[in-house]
Write a protein that binds this ligand. Structure first.
Ligand code: PRP
Length: 184
């Protein structure tokens, strides 16, 4: 039987490190939003589903969760450069909401930069961003998330929500995919 863990070249962030990172960020959010009356964690599907669920379990302040889906990549490893809203946030109380956008990764920065502008234009009370992984060497727009798990080199990573052609999201760690998997 084929084991898809065999497609991983190296583990970049272990389960233990992911646990430590999510605890540290949850503490920062607990502290920074202690006075917020309406914190909404905005999970950007699909990549941030595992990060968001682990993070929200570790918060001790009241929060809600909501979802958007945007697409910035075509299939494979190449970014299209466009940001399209596939599923919009559907709520009328945005002016009362402190929105914290949760992403698995910042690469070019286009997605989060676009989302911050979009949510502010829609009238959110405040908008901040949180990304588990940051690839600063890939940035094409000037953007810095408010909360970052860790910086990583420019390698094609999968696992803990991140995919290659919709697979590997369920790996419990973040790993570098063997090039022969996507060069086939
Ligand atoms: C990935 C990731 C971010 C975006 C980051 O999403 O989840 O949303 O790309 O790239 P950027 O900084 O260059 O904009 P993707 O479009 O692969 O969708 P997915 O989350 O459904 O896998």
């Amino acid at each position: 039987m084929r084991n898809f863990h065999d497609d991983i070249q190296t583990i970049l962030v272990t389960e233990t490190e992911l646990n430590r990172i999510t605890f540290r960020i949850a503490e920062e959010i607990d502290r920074d939003y202690a006075e917020s009356e309406h914190l909404v964690l905005l999970c950007i599907l699909k990549g941030s589903l595992i990060f968001t669920s682990d993070l929200m379990k570790k918060l001790t302040i009241p929060s809600e969760v909501d979802f958007m889906k945007v697409s910035s990549y075509g299939s494979g490893t190449v970014s299209s450069g466009n940001v399209n809203i596939v599923l919009d946030i559907m709520r009328k109380d945005l002016p009362d909401c402190d929105i914290l956008v949760i992403e698995d990764i910042v690469d070019s920065g286009r997605t989060l930069s676009y989302l911050v502008d979009y949510l502010r234009l829609k009238g959110a009370k405040s908008v901040k961003t949180c990304a588990l992984l940051d690839k600063p060497s890939r940035r094409v727009v000037n953007f810095q998330p408010d909360y970052i798990g860790m910086e990583i080199p420019d390698e094609f990573v999968v696992g803990y929500g991140l995919d290659y052609d919709e697979r590997y999201r369920n790996l419990p760690f973040v790993g570098v995919l063997k090039p022969e998997v996507y060069e086939k």
